[in-house]
Design a protein around this ligand. Structure first.
Ligand SMILES: Cc1cc2nc3c(=O)[nH]c(=O)nc-3n(C[C@H](O)[C@H](O)[C@H](O)COP(=O)(O)OP(=O)(O)OC[C@H]3O[C@@H](n4cnc5c(N)ncnc54)[C@H](O)[C@@H]3O)c2cc1C
Length: 191
């Protein structure tokens, strides 16, 4: 994490690497960022440590995808009448906790199980009762993490980085376990 910018890497099967680079944008569809090519990204992250410069050097220019990061303000309900929203339509979150797709899959599993044993209207209201708070918690935590990670004040950034690197693993594990702690019931088709 740098001042107003950060870089992340993950190993993929087949000796491939997935990486992302975030630079704080002043506005949506920022034309400067939209036009940024690989060289521009290399310039922005030139002061980052290895292996970031090497990974950028080895990235094919046409492999770059640019997009704004957008999330939704938490909603108080995902249903209206017989209509129910799930996935990003209900609760698009920033990618900071890596939970967007996870939440969408949870929604689907829970709604399918409820529809298997309850009439539609009751299934939807139970779905709402079980999903809205969890999605709000994850969306709020994810947005907070995104803000802190994009801090750009040069006085605050070193303190943030020191703090982040000194958080005990046990604490991080407990935070992750709280996110992963969710139960599912078996999905049965309505006979
Ligand atoms: C860069 C990036 C990194 C991410 N990393 C992670 C991660 O590490 N972990 C994680 O859990 N999540 C991650 N996510 C989030 C995750 O991709 C989304 O939360 C997830 O895909 C949401 O699933 P969804 O089915 O709700 O929506 P989508 O995947 O957006 O699916 C909606 C589908 O509906 C289609 N559609 C839209 N309008 C219409 C229409 N009118 N008619 C027919 N079809 C239509 C779209 O084409 C699309 O295929 C990431 C997202 C991004 C952008």
């Amino acid at each position: 994490m740098g001042a107003g910018k950060r870089f992340g890497l993950a190993a993929l099967p087949g000796e491939r690497v997935y990486w992302f680079a975030c630079c704080g944008a002043e506005r949506r569809d920022d034309p400067t960022l939209e036009k940024l090519d690989l060289e521009g990204v290399q310039d922005i992250f030139a002061d980052f440590h290895e292996p970031i410069p090497e990974v950028l050097n080895r990235t094919p220019a046409d492999a770059l995808i640019w997009t704004d990061i957008l999330d939704l303000d938490p909603m108080s309900s995902f249903t209206a009448g017989k209509v129910g929203l799930l996935g990003d339509a209900a609760h698009a979150v920033t990618p900071d906790l890596g939970q967007g797709a996870g939440l969408a899959i949870e929604d689907a599993a829970i709604l399918a199980a409820l529809l298997g044993r309850l009439p539609v209207q009751r299934a939807l209201s139970e779905y709402d009762a079980r999903r809205v708070d969890r999605a709000r918690r994850i969306a709020t935590a994810s947005r907070l993490y995104a803000r802190v990670a994009q801090w750009s004040n040069p006085l605050v950034v070193p303190l943030r980085n020191l703090l982040m690197s000194s958080i005990p693993h046990g604490f991080m594990d407990r935070q992750l376990n709280a996110v992963l702690d969710i139960g599912f019931e078996p999905i049965r088709s309505a006979a």
